[in-house]
Structures are given as structure tokens and as C-alpha cells.
Design a protein around this ligand. Sequence first.
Ligand code: NAD
Ligand code: UD1
Length: 340
Amino acid sequence: MNRNRKILVTGGTGYIGSHVCVQLLEAGYDVVIADNLVNSGRDVVERIARITGRMPAFYETDLLNLESVRHIFREHRIDGVIHFAGLKAVGESVAQPLRYYSNNLTGTLHLLTAMQEEGCRVMVFSSSATVYGETNPVPFDESMPTAATNPYGYTKVAQERILTDIAAAQPDMSVLLLRYFNPVGAHPSGLIGEDPNGIPNNLMPYVAKVATGELPCIHVFGDDYDTPDGTGVRDYIHVCDLARGHIRALEYAFTHTGTDVFNLGTGHGSSVLELIRAFSEACGRELPYVIAPRRPGDIASCWADIHKAQDVLGFTAQATLADMCRDSWHFICCRKEEKI
Ligand code: NAD
Ligand code: UD1
């Protein structure tokens, strides 16, 4: 059945999008990628093909250019869209709010315009646990009120709203809002993963760069939170599990209408120190760290209530923190070898 379905994946050469493209191709879907490569490389298309033995169609397209988005829909009969394309760095969004609002919101509006014109009714959207804001108690469940503390978070809250309103006005449309917790890890092949340029903002890529010796020491942002060891607790989910959640969500979207929202997490929190210990095991040496001040905007704990994704989508994450660290480390080692 999937063989006849063609999925447009915006942001498909990015970290999460590339893993989803792999699983879509493996599940028999046809894949068209649209990405402007602002935060990824063209080589990822080839890597996806090496893993799957199937070449996705690729358009170097900026969603801010409505005509080029229309062009893709004219060239392909798109059955559904998975929309990853967006800017995602919280600090950068505070410094460049106009760029973030413009890119993330206008890009989504253009995509929806082209979908409406061509009668494409299925949309799976990358939201974030950041929409749970600062005041909800853990575990976060989908019925809780949403909020944001920075422009990036507001773009997610706003996009959820826009998509919900559009689906309400178009009763044959299906919109799934997927709220990711903390995606980490990499494809076990070592061919795709996350390797940000410069100094990473997020914990796992930072730890990985300390493990390779590119950075000297991990800074643990606060050890006086109300958590078991005082450091921040997050729900880390393996990117391949996350990708599997998208396949389930897409299948669900093709058989239901209206808007629905799902958390994609493991339902289990790990502290910063636990993650450092797990990564030290994976790379075979003790990683140095120092305790630093809290990072403004951080909450103590964040993990998902996973019952809805389990009950409705039949999705449960499988990988352990050790698996996530092993695959991240393997990817980084493969990357280093390639660069030599
Ligand atoms: P990523 O930066 O690796 O991938 C996003 C891709 O979108 C990149 O390849 C980039 O080049 C592309 N892009 C950005 N703006 C574009 C535009 N205007 N037109 C075309 N392409 C554009 O990020 P990711 O980690 O794979 O995240 C994917 C999505 O998931 C994002 O929407 C992000 O906000 C969301 N998300 C990510 C995380 C996370 O921790 N990685 C957590 C929650 C939500
Ligand atoms: C951050 C963003 C969030 C975004 C998510 C995925 C902030 C405030 N939040 O989430 O909006 O959706 O990334 O991109 O930026 N930590 C350290 N040292 C480091 C880095 C992080 O101790 O060098 C700690 C943090 O304080 C936190 C945990 O590690 O407790 C995880 O941090 P991170 O990987 O940045 O993810 P989030 O803060 O959950």
C-alpha cells in the first residue's frame, strides 16, 4: 500500500528528517526531500541512498520561496507531508527573532498554501516539548496548556495553532502534531547523525566533542535543581525510535481526519550526570566535567507521559541511554575517519 504513496519531507537532509527518510524508504514509501541546506549538506541524500538502496528525489528549495514549493507539488503528486524544515537554536532565536518568526512561520504558511492548492490533506509536524513551558508538572501530557519562553518556542506554539485552525476549516484534512522530547543518537550505520559546526548548545553533541578531544571539558549547568542528583533531568529518545514514531503517525494520519497531538519520548528521565556516565562507558574513558551556573530558561525536569502514543499509535521507544551514547559515539568516530 505504501508503495503508491509519495511523501514530501521538508528538512529531510537534517538530523531527524534524514532518519525519517531512511525509514520511509525502507517501509516502501516514495520520498521527495525539500531542504535549503541552511543546516545540512547535500551529501546526506547520497548517504540515505547508501543505507536504503533507494534514492530519494531532492530539491534544494527554500520554503520562503512559494513558487519553488508550488513547483514541487506540480512535479509530484504528494500524498502527505512531514514538515521538519525550520530553525531550532533557542539562543539564536533570542538574538534573531525576526529571522526565526519569518523562516518558521512563513515557511509553514507557504507549505500549507501549496498543499491546499494541490489538494494534499495529510501533514505531520515537528513540534517540541518546549511547548509545555515552565510551569506544568512532569510528566507532560498532551492535554496540558502550552506556553513558550523564547522566540523558537513561540514559533512552535504558533505553528501548532495555525495547523489546528486550518485543519478545523478543512474537515478532510489530517494534522498530527508530534512533540519531541530530546532526540539523540544516530543511525547504527554511522552514515547519518548530528555533528553541529562550532560549539554545540545541546548536551549530547557537546559531550561527544569532549569525548573526541575537540572540547576540553563539559560544563554541567547547575547541580542544585530539585532532582535526584541536582542536575537537570531530560527524556532522551533515540533518533531511530523517534523516526519509527513518525512512520506510525503517518499511517495513523492516512486513516483519520482532524488534528491530534502526540508526545514522542521514552517516558523516562535521565540526569546530566547519568548521561555523562553513560557516554564515558560508550567511549571508554572518564569524561571531565565541571559544575557551572544554571543556564537561563532551563527547567529542572522534563519527561513525557507516553500513554497516548502507546495506546493510539502503538508506539513505544526501545533504545536505552547506553544505546543512544553508543550510536552517537560510533557516528562521531565514523565522521572523524571520513575527515582524515
Ligand atoms: P536540523 O536543523 O538538523 O534540520 C532542519 C532542516 O531544515 C535543515 O536541514 C535545514 O537546512 C532545513 N531548513 C531550515 N529552514 C528551511 C527553509 N526555510 N526551507 C527549507 N529548508 C529549511 O534540525 P532537526 O534537529 O532535524 O529538527 C527538525 C525539526 O524538529 C525542527 O523543526 C526542530 O525545531 C524540531 N525539533 C527538534 C528537536 C531537536 O532536539 N533536534 C527537538 C524538538 C523539535
Ligand atoms: C534545549 C532547548 C529546547 C529545545 C531542545 C532541542 C533551551 C533552554 N532549551 O532543550 O527548547 O527544544 O534543546 O533542541 O535551550 N546541559 C549542560 N551542559 C551543556 C548543555 C546542556 O549541563 O553544555 C544540560 C541542560 O541544562 C539540560 C540538559 O543538559 O538540563 C539538556 O540540555 P539540552 O541538550 O540543551 O536540551 P534542553 O535544554 O532540554
